[in-house]
Design a protein around this ligand. Structure first.
Ligand code: DGL
Length: 266
């Protein structure tokens, strides 16, 4: 059986784990929520790199993982190059805001992007954005909105703050959209858990795009596994550097998993 490590700053990566469990039921996933250090979105590059390196070293040393999924846009943007340099023998799959799929889907060519400040300010994001905005054929215009505090509110399951922040950020997107915006990228793995609020505010004409399924398929490819092989579901191991009860509650609420999370000191 293959073992795959998955980590995020907190509960957000559960949106990626949900897709991984659906696509790869026979894989054993070890999920680390780095909740003691969340949110990552407003932290420095060296802090995020340090946390990512520690968690990866622990996952390798303790669980001998066959691959790693960085289920966090911010950590992918700021630390994946360093992780790949430190672990050249480990297949590492990252998560990037789905700008390309959104560009393919958008009819109006105006696409909103909701993400953390860390992701939006990164060079990796700037490269991807420029590439698509300057495409000779059918360029797309991205309206990028940093969502300070939203991942934290989702982390704390604070529904009132989520509602008011979503209202503020959707209003800001609308204000800066020069034309009709028909697609919005959820560029942080926490945000799918606020999808209902966002859909209500944006209306049915706007499609939300996230990357869970694409990341799961990429993970299957790097593991060299074939499509359609039916294997019994394996329950994931859930670990949190913060309050494990919060992670168990998130897994039960969003993934219908009754797995008890354990404390991890790393
Ligand atoms: N879920 C993470 C992401 O995809 C990080 C959010 C945060 O901790 O700020 O960017």
């Amino acid at each position: 059986m293959k073992t795959v490590g998955v980590f995020d700053s907190g509960v957000g990566g559960l949106s990626v784990l949900r897709a991984l469990l659906a696509e790869l039921p026979g894989v054993r996933f070890i999920y680390v929520a780095d909740s003691a250090y969340a949110p990552y979105g407003e932290r420095t590059v060296s802090e995020i790199t340090d946390r990512s390196e520690r968690i990866t070293a622990w996952l390798r040393g303790t669980h001998h993982i066959d691959a790693l999924v960085v289920a966090c846009n911010t950590a992918t943007a700021l630390a994946i190059d360093s992780l790949r340099a430190t672990h050249p023998d480990l297949p590492i799959v990252g998560v990037e805001p789905a700008l390309k799929p959104a560009a393919l889907m958008s009819h109006t060519r105006h696409v909103g992007v909701l993400a953390t400040r860390g992701t939006l300010d990164s060079q990796r994001f700037a490269r991807l954005r420029t590439q698509l905005e300057s495409a000779a054929l059918s360029p797309v215009h991205f309206i990028c909105q940093p969502c300070d505090g939203l991942a934290d509110a989702i982390e704390r399951h604070d529904l009132r703050t989520q509602q008011s922040l979503c209202e503020r950020y959707v209003a800001a997107l609308r204000e800066h959209a020069p034309g009709d915006m028909d697609t919005v990228v959820l560029g942080c793995t926490h945000y799918p858990f606020a999808a209902d609020v966002l859909t209500q505010l944006l209306g049915p004409a706007v499609t939300l795009v996230d990357t869970g399924i694409a990341v799961a398929r990429r993970t299957r490819d790097v593991l060299g596994m074939s499509i359609g092989v039916v294997t019994p579901a394996t329950p994931p191991v859930l670990l949190s550097t913060g309050d494990p009860a919060k992670l168990s509650q998130g897994a039960s609420r969003w993934l219908d998993l009754q797995t008890r999370a354990e404390q991890l000191l790393v």
